[in-house]
Ligand binder design. Sequence first.
Ligand SMILES: Nc1ncnc2c1ncn2[C@@H]1O[C@H](COP(=O)(O)OP(=O)(O)OP(=O)(O)O)[C@@H](O)[C@H]1O
Length: 589
Amino acid sequence: MTRLHVQLAAMVAMLCLAAAPFLLPPFTITLMNYIGVYSLVAIGLALLTGVGGIVSFGQAAFVGIAAYATAWVSALNGHSPWVGLLLALTLTCSIATLLGLATLRLQGHFLSLSTVAWGLAIGFLFGNVEGLGRFNGIASIPPISFGSYALVSSAQVYFLIWGIVAAVLWIGYNLLDSRLGRAMRALRGGNTLVESLGISAFRIKLLIFVIAAFLAALSGWLYAHMSRFISPGPFDAGMGIEYLMMSMVGGAGSLLGGVVGAAIVTLLKNSVQDYLPLIAKGASGQLEIVAFSALFILFLQWARQGIVPFVGRYLPKLRRDRPQPAPALPRRAQPAPGELLLKVDGAERRFGGLVAVNNVSFDVRSGEILAVIGPNGAGKSTMFNCLTGALRVNKGDIVFAGRSITREAQSRIAKAGIARTFQHVKLRPRMSLLENVMLGTYARTRTGLLASALRLNRREEASAQFEALRQLERVGLGDKPFDIAGNLPLGNQRILEIARALAADPALLVLDEPAAGLRRQEKLRLAELLRSLRNDHLTILIVEHDMEFVMSLVDRIVVLDFGSKLCEGDPAAIRNDERVQEAYLGGVA
Ligand SMILES: Nc1ncnc2c1ncn2[C@@H]1O[C@H](COP(=O)(O)OP(=O)(O)OP(=O)(O)O)[C@@H](O)[C@H]1O
């Protein structure tokens, strides 16, 4: 399947949608309008929850803020719905920004619980504010109009709703296929991964949170002017859960899944309402909820990944063209060979009473490979995490390229030119090799939100793609750039991480136990790669257990023992040092 096939399928779908009001009865069109309006919220949740991993139960509250804002402006104060749109979007996005600033640093289920809390709180407000009609709501909301043409009938407003849904899908897919979208898709790999790429995880989370709220606001605005009456019910916590259901049924993480999920849940709810009274005579509204929940539990059991990804597995894969030569991405000024690049001065890191790194000092000069070795628990990883900003030192100073990075955030250290790999590989397994390496180019690219959304980033994307391919070829993985990273054997996954780090054009490459878990052949290949990188004058700092691997590869070694520096020197000197033999090498030397 090619891009052209996808475009053709999208055009056919658009034509079918456009023909619907001429072929289907008004009731069906009204139902489709609701599906369209709900889709917008579900698409936002697909981004927020499916892509970004932030589970929100509170989206209905954002829909409500926008609906009430526009109703207040238009029905109660007599202004145009377009003024209502402006207020709805501004107010919702401002509140989302404030809520995001307050809650997005929370981790895991605490964050989701906070969405329940503010979802309930905002929902509660609608029913209790005198000026918003309390539980009676606001009636006589005017229809949206273009000049004197008012969108009164369901067929009239249909085109606006589905036009917006189509535009949102186009924009959403453009965004996901951009540097910001890749950063969003990396969020599920954890903050440390994202920050190590020079990306501020918090900023990306906030961005995705506000985008989801923006889509909920659009939905609220359409809802208010379509139904012409609002009350607190459709914006309560129950509806928040229903939106989450929609995005999960359609396929969490799939934008199209948001639309499909909204359609399935709305149609299912409708048929449960139609048929349940026939089966259970006198069944009340409460029973509908029970039936609906039972269906949802069955769904979670049997089709957890959602409809769209499930169907997608049976469709032919999209054929992509190998990236073509494109203008190079900007490169950083590299230090002169032999220049002092990194200075660790009296670093100390404590965990409670334990001093994991104790007054450690060493230098790294440009162009060398330096290894930090030591027995288990010697403090190597802790030292490493302090260098890359994942941990802070309690004492001492770390200077990189002439600037203190002791108190810098991880993402800023990465931007300054330190790229790293991980002891436990951190890749995005469902992304292709090429996209994983493109993540490394984040700090070298610039395209912002608007340009990404409107697909004005193609030149820069072509450069980033070509750079990623170049780095894949450099490490020997250039054969199949569109393969899925999760299918690679561990040795190649480690090498892929190195390619991703290289794509950042680092001044210092730091490798955390790169040979761990590799077979002999894989280790030999890795050593060969690292030698070739040294020949390219790259500076490498390596934490490693495998002595054989280190001894034959590096220029100098720093030995840690019980958190302190035992000694430092070239491999031959270290091999012959009695203290090292005693502390670490034992009978190996
Ligand atoms: N987050 C933490 N909280 C408490 N103690 C920690 C923490 N991280 C490391 N330590 C302790 O600090 C000491 C140094 O650990 P570190 O992981 O840095 O050693 P290492 O040399 O990398 O060991 P290994 O080779 O086994 O990975 C150990 O005693 C470890 O238990």
